[in-house]
Ligand binder design. Sequence first.
Ligand SMILES: Cc1cc2nc3c(=O)[nH]c(=O)nc-3n(C[C@H](O)[C@H](O)[C@H](O)COP(=O)(O)OP(=O)(O)OC[C@H]3O[C@@H](n4cnc5c(N)ncnc54)[C@H](O)[C@@H]3O)c2cc1C
Length: 382
Amino acid sequence: MDFQLSDMHKMVRRTTREFAEEYIAPVAAESDQKSRLDPEVMEEMKRMKFFGASIPQEYGGAGLDTLGFVIATEEIGRIDASWSITFAVPASVCSYPIYLFGTEEQKRKFLPALSSGEKLGAFVLTEANAGSDAQSVQLSATKDGDEYILNGSKIFATNGGIAKTLLAVTTTGTVGRRKELTMFIVDTDTPGYSVGVREKKLGVRASNTSELVFQDVRVPEENILGKRGDGFKLTLAILDYGRILMAAQIVGLGQACLEKSVKYANERVQFGRPIGSFQGIQYKIADMATEIEASRLLTYKAAHLCDIGQDYGLIGSMAKLYASEATMRAAHQAVQIHGAYGLTKSYDVERYFRDAKMAEIYEGTSEIQRMVIGSSMLRKYQ
Ligand SMILES: Cc1cc2nc3c(=O)[nH]c(=O)nc-3n(C[C@H](O)[C@H](O)[C@H](O)COP(=O)(O)OP(=O)(O)OC[C@H]3O[C@@H](n4cnc5c(N)ncnc54)[C@H](O)[C@@H]3O)c2cc1C
């Protein structure tokens, strides 16, 4: 077992950290308040190929392995959760699945523009009646010659209002008593497609989360990812991979809670001493540091298993579950350590507290992760 990062991974951490501190940190609070992604940051992220993080260079990407992608995501998450979700979601659950499961023609057609960020991607599964229960998807795809006609809507789509390429989970009928799900790559310039309501959220407010409407949207059959009927299997595989990156985002946010808490605890003087000298504050910081490090180790292990071609689904679920809840606790304590200022816009921990809540819900709630882990344990040790 080698816990040392390679020179390449250290370089990814260093360059991403420099970028995030120089470009994102100065505008993060304002972006949150205005619920808007800074255009200059967007251009720099495109230039540095963040949107094609794990896509091989022959398709226009940065060619990172999963651990490299995780480290980059963690570093962006350390500065701003809105930006970590904006880039890691399309890179992990839109372009990477096209690379893994797409035909050579699909890869050549879609990946260069997704990798450069010229076209932003989105993965659209959730609907009004299909949240945790992916099988309940109602966006219909009806075959008509060599095209399918899509009708219905999606909600809570990250990048929904700005995406140009979607991976959309549809239903193409029933097989026995089960719905047949099929995944399509959809160009949002197609007639009949429109963006609905943009959500006003508690956290990750700069990230665009929108409703999408499909009215007789014609998609060529050649845009099916995998085969007709593969949609559910692909959805599970895509979410497995996405959870590693979700965990990475939230490890970064937890690290930010820790660093800001230590800084404040060293500066704030009460009873004639920095509050960090009190054992009650040190205990909080010790718990935060320990839990964030444990989250990081689980996340890196999931990424490593993925990189060496081993099954990573279970460890990925554990990483996502543990990191989400550890970071929520860290954000809670970060606000506590900041006292009344923790509730104000004067300090970043107020934003971190709101952003942290997202992780317990998105890409499979904590309850769903526990179902996955619990059922796996019951099979393993029966
Ligand atoms: C910021 C943000 C971004 C998002 N981006 C995307 C995106 O890009 N693409 C996309 O498709 N979706 C996206 N989502 C949606 C997200 O994946 C769903 O919100 C999530 O899967 C949960 O679905 P739901 O909100 O409908 O909750 P529900 O499924 O209605 O669950 C409600 C509650 O019931 C619990 N519950 C449900 N079933 C069970 C069970 N069997 N046992 C125990 N408890 C259960 C849940 O854990 C939860 O606490 C996003 C959500 C957020 C908040």
